[in-house]
Design a protein around this ligand. Structure first.
Ligand SMILES: [Ca+2]
Length: 217
């Protein structure tokens, strides 16, 4: 009986870390970058560009590799490079989720830009719980919207994606319509991990309770 209790404790301890595996590929941006048409895009990530969003100031979205927290991060630039309008970002379809579990979606980001709400600026991060690849889809849940909040240093953000999906698309959206200010967003440490199953914690708890009872006897 003592051996069984010890085994339960060990199983719980060993099994729990397996639940925390990050499903996002190159989420910390330490897995390298590639040059795509003169832009620098993190490996395993896709990019989108809406083309000309304001005919008066035609432009395109730009992508850089910059310093992260720590190491490297992806910068998305959507404004005022030689008076251009922009709209675009990086995204990744993440699959392999356990549809019976909620998932914790977290990342670090910083933004720079104007506080003028009339500039048509967008600096957003979100997810599409249907795993779609349309940046304008109404299914996207925008969890960060920093359209006119000015400059902000690195922030950590975390939210829970409800159970019920096996694949989500992580979206970033950066842009400006009237190029009145430099606009960019950096992103690092993107993570999507399932919330540990209650059964794993229950087994660990049962093992610990058994040991505690043994000590009292
Ligand atoms: Ca990094």
């Amino acid at each position: 009986m003592k051996r069984l209790g010890l085994m339960l404790v060990l199983w719980g301890t060993v099994a729990l870390p397996a639940f925390t595996q990050n499903l996002v590929r190159n989420g910390d941006f330490e897995g390298g970058f590639s040059s795509v048409g003169g832009e620098t895009i993190a490996n395993q990530w896709s990019w989108w560009d809406a083309g000309t969003v304001n005919p008066v100031y035609p432009g395109s979205t730009h992508f850089w590799q910059v310093g992260g927290v720590p190491g490297s991060a992806q910068r998305i630039i959507g404004g005022q490079i030689a008076g251009q309008s922009f709209r675009g970002g990086i995204y990744q379809v993440v699959s392999g989720m356990n549809s019976s579990l909620p998932h914790i979606f977290s990342f670090d980001y910083l933004v720079a830009g104007t506080t003028d709400p009339g500039a048509g600026q967008q600096r957003r991060i979100g997810y599409d719980p249907t795993g779609g690849t349309n940046p304008d889809s109404g299914n996207i849940v925008w969890v960060v919207v920093e359209d006119a909040t000015g400059d902000k240093p690195w922030q950590h953000f975390q939210t829970t994606i409800p159970a019920g999906t096996t694949s989500v698309t992580i979206w970033t959206r950066v842009g400006i319509y009237w190029p009145v200010a430099t606009t960019f967003m950096d992103i690092d440490n993107v993570s999507l991990v399932p919330v540990p199953e209650p059964s794993g914690l229950a087994v660990l708890g049962a093992g610990l309770a058994w040991l505690w009872r043994r000590r009292k006897v």
